[in-house]
Write a protein that binds this ligand. Sequence first.
Ligand code: NAP
Length: 279
Amino acid sequence: MSDNAQRYAVFGHPIAHSLSPRIHRAFAAQFGHDIDYRAIDTPEADFVQQLSAFRAGGGVGANVTLPLKGLAFAACAQVSDGAARSGAVNTLEALPGAGWRGHNTDGPGLIADLTARQGLDLRSRDVLLLGAGGAAQGVVHALLEAGVRNLTLTNRTPTRADALADRIGQPGRVHVRYWNDLATSGSYNLVINATAAGVTGGSIDLPFAMVAPRALCYDLSYGKAATSFLAWARAAGAAQALDGLGMLVDQAALAFEIWFGRRPDADAVFAVLRAELDA
Ligand code: NAP
């Protein structure tokens, strides 16, 4: 790799678990490129300074993960329509000269995994979304556009779920429930865990009654971070319990296409990582 190579990175905290560097290097290799893509551990207080240092050092594209997606949105000079709607950015593209254009590929990545890879029809789904952070903000509009019947939001800190529902503004289809009332607030045939509990060492202990017969439970986390939620889902009788590896690879493919103008073969990379994580 030459010293003046264009640089790419993923910013987050924690970040050691991230597969993004491997995924983007694998995508680049499909086109015969070598890519300088690193993981940069960045607490919230350091993000703005770290992002400037990255740009000054030749950074031209970045991904952003927890807990930085809102800060990344605020740091952008321009944002795509999807990022503007969600208020969260997971992909940064350097603008000519200075500044960043922000995108959000989380929502399209989730829908691509659920529909194209898993073959699901989302139109019959009553969805419960756990969490109201950057990832939840990124996926809500995509779920609604994919035609889910209802979307119910719940979050450990209720005011964030209320704020997200207000931001979406579809009171006929979007509802908010208190986390502690889930035992008595109905059942759902798609339960999506968009909390960071698995990554930060917490666990999800929710009533089994909210998982409807033949439900799919989906954790945006993957690998070890998804173990606790997926075990809970199986114990609750979910027909399918999936982690977010497919979403991770699909959102990365969309980011790669933004930077390089070419769509990589996401399925090939997914197959390798799936086999490794399942081994
Ligand atoms: P974030 O902005 O930091 O938000 C964290 C969310 O998790 C908040 O809703 C927070 O609730 C909740 N939370 C944290 N610990 C919890 C606990 N012990 N019990 C219940 N709720 C808890 O993080 P994010 O960017 O939204 O990321 C969330 C997760 O999604 C991460 O695990 C991330 O790796 C994953 N993700 C995966 C993909 C993918 O492509 N597969 C894409 C995006 C994100 P409070 O508001 O109460 O703090």
